[in-house]
Design a protein around this ligand. Structure first.
Ligand code: 48N
Length: 315
């Protein structure tokens, strides 16, 4: 076996390359920059505002949203890649539906701010590139898959599209900490809404002398994408198991990208009347394999869940 090729010694940088004649020839002259259109020389001023105006501008809107969304058409739990893809598909196909997203973190996006470990590029297998094109996320085509140069480019693009839609409201830093169940006239149970609290409260019930009661949002369809198991993760799957509505958790299996992605998409479904589960939460419920740093199934599972919800609402 031939010895590894020794890389030529990296040429020593000459001192003050900018003064060195031949470097000057290769160093392009600095581009002239445009002049600022605003006076930043110490005279910058803002229009006047009072503190109470800011407080009222925020609270008027927040509490109007809470009042109106106490009864929603669809609640999406979790604004990760699957939840946001579902919200985009549902809200664009059904602009008449009141869609409410509940996201436990201050920052929506779930695990989709990086591609995997610390690597930022996001891999999506075809045909899910069509969804990226529709949403307006640029990518490099690598044949069987495409690469978005930074996962944050996908998340920020779809988040901005979803939040700009009139029929979508998102309550972040807010957790779903239980489900509402109702019995119909035949005694058949269905999920009929979510129980919410501010996430910091939900995470600290055990540290309070008495628990802070939650709020509720009623809706005929709940779609849960709360991701991998964790302090809040796989929430609805764990809740329906714990309350005896579904037998047991399957617990996510080891990584097999080829099997995991179609399994998650094909099994995205109404797991209990009124409750659809998708994304990685479904792998915890069904015991599907995990796929690792590939997001195609999250986008497709979100889309499939949206069409499943439309079916439920139409029938
Ligand atoms: O990104 P996640 O965790 O979940 P998904 O299913 O949208 O995407 C999963 C994906 O990022 C992967 O894990 C990839 C494909 N890796 C696979 C692998 O093999 O490792 O988003 C879940 C969101 C988060 O933003 C949470 O904050 C939120 O759900 N959340 C909740 N929001 C409200 N109430 C709750 N109880 C709750 N629990 C989680």
């Amino acid at each position: 076996m031939s010895p590894p090729q020794v890389i030529d010694a990296i040429p020593k940088a000459t001192a003050e390359p900018w003064t060195n004649k031949e470097n000057q020839a290769s160093t392009p002259a600095p581009q002239a920059v445009a002049e600022p259109k605003i006076d930043f020389n110490g005279n910058y001023t803002f229009a006047p505002i009072k503190e109470w105006e800011v407080s009222r501008a925020m609270s008027k809107r927040y509490f109007k949203d809470m009042y109106e969304r106490a009864v929603s058409d669809v609640v999406i739990v979790g604004a990760g890649s699957a939840g946001l893809s579902c919200a985009y598909r549902l809200a664009t196909e059904c602009p008449h539906l009141k869609i409410t997203i509940i996201e436990a973190s201050v920052a929506p996006g779930g695990g989709c701010w990086l591609g995997g470990q610390l690597l930022s590029a996001m891999i999506v297998r075809k045909p899910t590139d069509q969804f990226l094109t529709e949403v307006g996320v640029p990518f490099e085509d690598e044949g069987n898959y495409v690469v978005v140069k930074h996962a944050a480019l996908f998340t920020s693009t779809i988040l901005s599209k979803v939040l700009s839609l009139d029929n979508v409201k998102m309550f972040n830093a807010t957790a779903v900490e239980d489900l509402i169940v109702k019995q119909d006239s035949t005694g058949k149970q269905r999920i009929a809404g979510v129980v919410t609290n501010w996430t910091l409260v939900s995470l600290n019930h055990d540290t309070q002398s008495c628990s802070m009661d939650p709020n509720t949002i009623t809706a005929p369809v709940i779609i849960s994408f709360t991701g991998h198991d964790g302090p809040m993760g796989a929430f609805c799957a764990k809740r329906i198991v714990k309350s005896g509505l579904v037998e047991q958790l399957g617990d996510m299996r080891c990584l097999d990208m080829g099997r995991a992605e179609p399994a998650i998409v094909n099994r995205t479904r109404e797991v209990y009347p009124g409750l659809i589960v998708g994304g990685m939460e479904l792998s915890e419920l069904d015991g599907a394999n995990r796929m690792g740093p590939c997001f195609s199934a999250m986008l497709a599972s979100g889309e499939k869940a949206a069409w499943t919800a439309i079916d439920i609402i139409n029938n």
